[in-house]
Ligand binder design. Structure first.
Ligand SMILES: N[C@@H](CCC(=O)N[C@@H](CS)C(=O)NCC(=O)O)C(=O)O
Length: 204
């Protein structure tokens, strides 16, 4: 099994954090995304979505999409800590928050990066500045939503650490890199960020 990734980016970090929380070790290979290596013929065959991360299984098949890769490990290693929920309600609640965070922060920070900044430079030349700036609004609104939610919950999907926290901390850190740090007024989000960032997996 091998994980193809590019260390600096948020989606590969989500998978590394997920694996670290579960104590699973997987061989990794770097794909030079800023150089466009993810768009080579060979890598497009492995992941037609032209992105990292993607996982090569021992049977030669490939799985891409961070959430699908995480699901594979969640199901394959059932005795490791569950990060995607145990009961029907837990699973649905985690998925609800994971989805909100993925659309409102992961996707929006990606759009901001590609459209409001130089993004991947020559590798990806299409820019729509207006769309980039619209993403900023979405990022700030999602941070506010999370702050409100965290007033009554220790973690994003309730009282247990889950994949929703992993998705969120990776996106919040990327937002900070893009010049959108957590607002001083968001005291609940700040408290949560400090707690989650102090986990060993956050450095994976
Ligand atoms: N929906 C995909 C998104 C993956 C993604 O966008 N990865 C970024 C790195 S964080 C990438 O490889 N971007 C390449 C590009 O935009 O050309 C997932 O969840 O894994």
């Amino acid at each position: 099994m091998k994980l193809y990734e590019f260390e600096a980016f948020q989606n590969p970090r989500r998978v590394r954090m997920f694996l670290a929380e579960k104590g699973i070790e997987v061989e990794r290979e770097q794909i030079d995304v800023p150089a466009g290596e993810h768009r080579s013929e060979e890598n497009l065959r492995r992941n037609p979505g032209a992105a990292v991360p993607f996982l090569e299984l021992d049977n030669g098949n490939f799985i891409s999409e961070t959430i699908a890769i995480s699901r594979f490990f969640e199901e394959t290693y059932p005795t490791t800590p569950s990060l995607m929920g145990a009961t029907a309600e837990e699973k649905a609640t985690i998925e609800m928050w994971q989805r909100r965070v993925e659309l409102g922060l992961t996707q929006a920070t990606g759009d901001f990066f590609h459209h409001a900044t130089e993004g991947l430079g020559e590798v990806d030349r299409y820019r729509n500045k207006e769309w980039g700036e619209n993403s900023r609004k979405q990022i700030l609104a999602t941070m506010k939503l999370l702050d409100t939610n965290l007033a009554n919950n220790e973690f994003i999907a309730g009282d247990r650490f889950s994949i929703a926290d992993i998705t969120a901390v990776c996106a919040v850190d990327f937002a900070e890199y893009l010049g959108m740090p957590i607002s001083d007024s968001h005291i609940n989000l700040r408290r949560w960020h400090e707690t989650v960032s102090s986990r060993l997996s956050a450095a994976a």
